[in-house]
Design a protein around this ligand. Structure first.
Ligand code: MGD
Ligand code: MGD
Ligand code: SF4
Ligand code: MO
Length: 682
């Protein structure tokens, strides 16, 4: 009998980049995955995770049917029983305490998965609760908010640049599309600067490598502004035409000399001057801000502001290779918000609202302290907060206090272990969606259908099916009007004028939905002054510095000398690794084989001081807890610093070391890039 063989053009969702793939399906089974040559992001290449996509989909450990925890053990139940019981419990809690008892969390997978993000958001709003949380309250949205404050819109770093300033960003591990673009552009003469406490391997090809003390990036950026201002290296025509507040920046910046910054950052003043001159002299230069690195420090919002100011005063906005404001894509809005404010909105108002424009996200670091007083039921859809959120112990203890915890995932996770119900989810190959390669992927205005290549395995359900069916049980089914996943995607596409059919039949490889426009537009930008706001009234109104400023990490040799006695080393957590996405894929042999153990990286002198050799088992400890990892001793890491990866399970979970109460003051993000720790041989 001849085999039915199909080639399905779809995207990879093993991380948020959404690279294009070709999946070969034989008689309903996906048998091969390759990179899609015509896709502008990955041009036919796949990273190791992408190549292992089918191992993830067909993993034996996939959750196969709904589970209910009864007296500490999980028992198989039917979907109908699970949804009936969950709905009954939710209605009872709502009746007794009101709808805000429900919190919904969607992880990093929900950032690139429009349907997951939209439907979970809608579900929580229709139920009547404002308490929707995504990883975006610890990652990335801070930079979006800050750039919106400054520019009115969100400009992004592009794939192609004349000067790449990797500022706490390592494309080799975390940003495969950028790595591909850099490989080409560096060969063609683009320049590279790496600012990182670790001399990442790309730094071997850099024009400058700047070794910085973790958490002090703001001081370096301010000193660069100082040099550019005082040496008059700025683009005065650009500033006069398009920016406000430069006159107030000039006196403000005087105190931030390179010598001042040297004592804080460990970067020699002459290097700061050299870096500032290089940056100001290059048209088409971009700061590639670590995707979460800066966000997760005490000065996160102000760091993003300082980077924005550097781009503005050198005229590097909307030019090729600079930061570019991208054409918008109006999509059918699946998500909804409610009038009431979510958790954290009063404490961190800019995360929720800028100039009257609301963004319906709660602050996830506030979740543990709100259970059970405010939140009593919690849904985790595509995330593993007990491992991924800071202060795992606080999340774990809080989740134990919940009356209802529901987890929807492909696999049993540490969060799932605590749940009352664990529900099996489809992989990206088993459902329809819209791949929207956009903000995080360097502003590429590209759209592609995420195609259902195979039928759902076992009893797994998509987010659409789960939330539609649960809504019916709750009596709010009319709020989920889409009869199929395809209908939902068609609804998302409606305002774009590009149809589902067109993408399916004419452009299975995807399409550019708009051309990028470089150059400055007439009529200004959507800020009150119509200009880029170097001086921010928005920040001033809520009591923060309207001009970029510097704040030491809360736990640091400078700000907490008492703590330093017990915890003498600087800890930064969460360096990415190309074989894993956060807590995922450690069960895939081809990936685990490449990086079998969690490794804490430290310099040789530091290792020597503590009697540690490469490969030793070590304990790293903070005021919150300890982890056990292997020591990786390398000259690449600054002395006195330990770099610890996140996403490892149990006793190697980096978030046993972090602290939800240690937060950036403007947006409430956890400080996990600059803490204090101790270390010893295990
Ligand atoms: N393979 C893989 N790719 C991923 C992910 C993954 O888990 N695995 N996660 C994705 C997600 S959700 C995100 S948010 C991004 C994260 O992307 P990024 O936040 O850009 O993280 P990395 O690329 O690991 O780069 C972080 C670099 O910052 C350095 N660093 C640490 N502390 C500091 C500091 O205080 N200052 C400076 N200047 N540098 C510092 C580290 O040494 C490291 O080289 O990656 C995405 N891509
Ligand atoms: N200490 C420290 N902690 C960190 C960081 C750090 O730098 N340092 N980085 C943080 C950052 S930036 C981020 S974004 C977070 C990420 O935090 P999370 O998103 O919570 O982490 P993941 O481990 O990727 O969890 C995703 C889960 O979704 C499941 N999944 C995959 N596909 C689907 C699907 O289609 N449907 C459903 N329902 N489930 C699916 C996976 O099996 C996995 O269990 O981690 C953060 N944690
Ligand atoms: S970078 Fe790798 S894991 Fe991420 S989408 Fe591309 S191929 Fe998939
Ligand atoms: Mo992230």
């Amino acid at each position: 009998m001849t085999k039915n063989i199909q080639e399905v053009l779809t995207d990879c969702t093993l991380c948020y980049h959404s690279c294009g793939t070709v999946v070969t399906v034989e008689d309903g089974k996906a048998v091969e995955v390759k990179g899609l040559k015509s896709h502008p992001l990955n041009k036919g290449m796949l990273c190791p995770k992408g190549r292992a996509a089918l191992d993830n989909t067909y993993d034996h450990d996939r959750l196969k049917h709904p589970l209910k925890r009864i007296k500490g053990a999980f028992e198989r139940i039917t979907w109908d029983q699970a949804l009936t019981e969950i709905a009954e419990k939710l209605l009872k809690l709502k009746e007794e305490f009101g709808p805000t008892v429900l919190g919904v969390f969607s992880g990093s997978i929900g950032v690139e998965n429009l349907e997951m993000a939209g439907l979970t958001h809608r579900f929580e709003a229709v139920f009547g609760s404002p308490n929707f949380f995504s990883v975006e309250s610890i990652c990335y949205r801070m930079r979006i908010r800050t750039r919106q404050i400054t520019f009115g819109k969100y400009p992004t770093e592009e794939l192609d640049s004349n000067l790449y300033v990797l500022w706490g960003h390592n494309p080799q591990e975390s940003d495969f599309p950028l790595l591909l673009a850099m490989n080409k552009n560096l060969k063609d003469g683009a320049k590279l600067v790496v600012i990182d406490p670790k001399k990442i391997s790309l730094a071997d090809r850099a024009d400058m490598y700047i070794r910085i003390r973790p958490g002090t990036d703001g001081a370096l950026a301010l000193a660069m502004i100082h040099v550019i201002v005082n040496e008059k290296l700025y683009d005065i025509d650009f500033i006069n035409k398009y920016a406000t507040g430069f006159d107030r920046l000039v006196p403000h910046i005087q105190k931030y000399t390179p010598e001042w910054a040297e004592t804080i950052t460990w970067v020699p003043a002459p290097d700061i001057r050299k870096l500032a001159r290089l940056f100001a002299a290059t048209k088409g230069a971009s700061i590639y801000q670590g995707t979460c690195t800066q966000d997760q420090t005490a000065n996160g919002t102000q760091n993003s502001r300082a980077f924005s100011v550097l781009q503005i005063i050198t005229g590097n906005i909307n030019n090729r290779g600079g930061w570019v404001i991208n054409p918008g894509l109006p999509l059918g809005n699946v998500g909804m918000g409610v009038e009431e404010k979510p958790l954290g909105a009063d404490q961190y108002p800019l995360f929720y609202e800028i100039r009257g424009k609301k963004s319906h996200f709660g602050v996830v670091t506030c979740v543990p302290e709100s259970i059970p007083e405010i939140i009593k039921a919690f849904f985790v859809i595509g995330g593993n907060p007990v491992v991924s959120m800071s202060d795992s112990n606080a999340f774990r203890e809080a989740f134990k206090r919940l009356e209802l915890l529901v987890v929807h995932d492909l696999f049993m996770t540490e969060t799932g272990q605590l749940a009352h119900y664990v529900l099996p989810a489809c992989s990206h190959l088993e459902k329809w969606g819209l791949a929207y390669t956009y903000n995080v992927c360097h502003g590429l205005p590209y759209l592609m259908l995420r195609k259902k290549a195979i039928e759902p395995l076992y009893e797994s359900w998509s987010e659409w099916k789960l939330l539609t069916e649960l809504a019916k049980k709750l009596g709010i089914g009319d709020q989920f009007p889409w009869q199929s996943e395809e209908e939902l995607v068609a609804f998302e596409l409606e305002p774009t004028g590009i149809t589902f059919e067109h993408l399916l039949k004419e452009r299975p490889e995807g399409t550019f939905f708009k051309e990028k426009i470089y150059g400055m537009r007439e009529g200004g930008f959507p800020t009150p002054s119509r200009k880029f706001e170097i001086y921010s009234d928005v920040l001033e109104e809520i009591g923060f510095d309207p001009l970029p400023s510097y704040l030491e990490p809360q736990r640091s040799p400078v700000s907490s000398p008492e703590l330093l006695k017990k915890y003498p080393l600087i800890l930064s957590t969460g360096n990415r690794n190309r074989y894993y996405t956060h807590g995922q894929f450690r069960r895939i042999k081809s990936l685990k084989g490449k990086n079998p153990e969690p490794k804490a990286e430290l310099g040789p002198e530091t290792a020597h001081t503590y009697g540690i050799s490469d490969g030793d088992d070590i304990i790293v400890e903070t005021n919150r807890g300890s982890v056990m990892m292997k020591a990786l001793v390398t000259e690449r890491v600054a002395e006195g610093v330990i770099l610890v990866p996140h996403g490892w399970p149990k006793e190697a979970n980096a978030n046993l070391l972090t602290d939800t109460t240690c937060r950036e003051p403007i947006m409430g993000y956890p400080e996990v890039k600059a803490l204090l720790c101790a270390m010893r041989k295990a």
